[in-house]
Design a protein around this ligand. Structure first.
Ligand SMILES: Nc1ncnc2c1ncn2[C@@H]1O[C@H](COP(=O)(O)OP(=O)(O)O)[C@@H](O)[C@H]1O
Ligand SMILES: N[C@@H](CCC(=O)OP(=O)(O)O)C(=O)O
Length: 271
């Protein structure tokens, strides 16, 4: 049976590069499509969790700051402004389709102890049981690790893998600005080939995963491979694909070949 088609509980991560234009402004068309397709899949009976980046980018734009600041406090301030704006937009758009959303802000410390891990796990369970679509981001006001990218969840790619593990998801889908993992960074090497399936992460693969492609993106393919490693080890398959057309989610749940699939090492038993 296809790993892609039997997935019922999905975590979807969308990056800054998909949510905003290169000039920093919000890509409203992308968000509208995303919300409509998630709502439709929700109506079809899928359980969905959205991990959304974009708080810093959206906040900077709202504050009229053109270049990404070096000052950590200003990045945190921008994240606080942008998170509020993002949730306002998501809440408004999801409401049009009758879908209730929740904001979940996490830091690495929130899940470091077994007790806190169980609390977060329980909250996700309760939200999904209540038919809510949780929208997750790193709590950038508390946690500077993610913004400085030292000793972090990794960035939201790694956060989404941890969330997929916490939610006991079948599949993590990472929406980015490129249609999968290539044999080399296609922005630098036009001969790079798309890799459609990965069974194991090794050093050869790590060597081909470069940094981000836009000034808004932070992790590039390197953090997506770290996310894939967490997923595969924990019974979650992961898929990287382009997020400019959310309708691709229909192809994914219908088992069609899309992007790069990182196959889980084992199938988690349903409880
Ligand atoms: N081997 C590779 N295959 C595909 N993309 C790569 C590779 N190495 C580096 N990249 C870069 O990673 C970028 C996607 O990561 P990133 O910019 O962080 O996006 P996001 O904001 O969606 O996380 C691509 O646009 C591409 O430039
Ligand atoms: N918490 C930050 C996430 C930054 C981040 O990881 O960005 P991306 O590489 O676009 O997923 C924000 O919301 O801006």
């Amino acid at each position: 049976m296809s790993t892609r088609s039997d997935a019922r509980r999905l975590v979807l991560k969308i990056g800054t590069s998909s949510l905003t234009y290169p000039n920093g402004k919000l890509n409203i068309r992308c968000i509208e499509h995303l919300v409509r397709v998630i709502s439709d899949l929700h109506n079809r009976g899928f359980e969905l969790v959205l991990v959304s980046s974009g708080a810093v980018g959206v906040g900077l734009n709202k504050l009229g700051i053109m270049d990404r600041p070096r000052d950590m406090r200003m990045k945190q301030a921008a994240a606080a402004v942008g998170q509020c704006e993002l949730m306002h937009i998501y809440d408004k758009m999801f409401l049009e389709y009758g879908v209730t959303v929740a904001q979940v802000l996490l830091t690495r410390h929130n899940i470091a102890s077994a007790e806190h891990y169980a609390n977060v796990e329980g909250t996700f369970d309760a939200l999904l049981t209540a038919g809510v679509v949780p929208i997750v981001n790193e709590n950038d006001v508390v946690s500077t690790e993610e913004l400085s990218r030292v000793e972090t969840f990794g960035d939201n790619d790694t956060l989404s893998a941890v969330v997929a593990q916490l939610c006991k998801a079948d599949l993590l889908i990472i929406f980015t600005d490129i249609d999968g993992l290539y044999s080399d960074n296609p922005r630098e090497n036009p001969d790079a080939q798309l890799i459609s399936r990965v069974e194991a992460i090794n050093d050869d693969l790590r060597k081909i995963a470069g940094g981000p492609g836009t000034k808004g993106g932070t992790g590039g393919m390197a953090t997506k491979l770290s996310a894939a490693e967490i997923c595969m080890e924990n019974g979650v398959s992961m898929l990287i694909t382009k997020g400019d057309r959310a309708e691709v989610l229909y192809d994914i749940v219908d088992g069609k070949k899309v992007g790069t699939l990182f196959k889980r090492k084992f199938k988690r038993k349903k409880v």
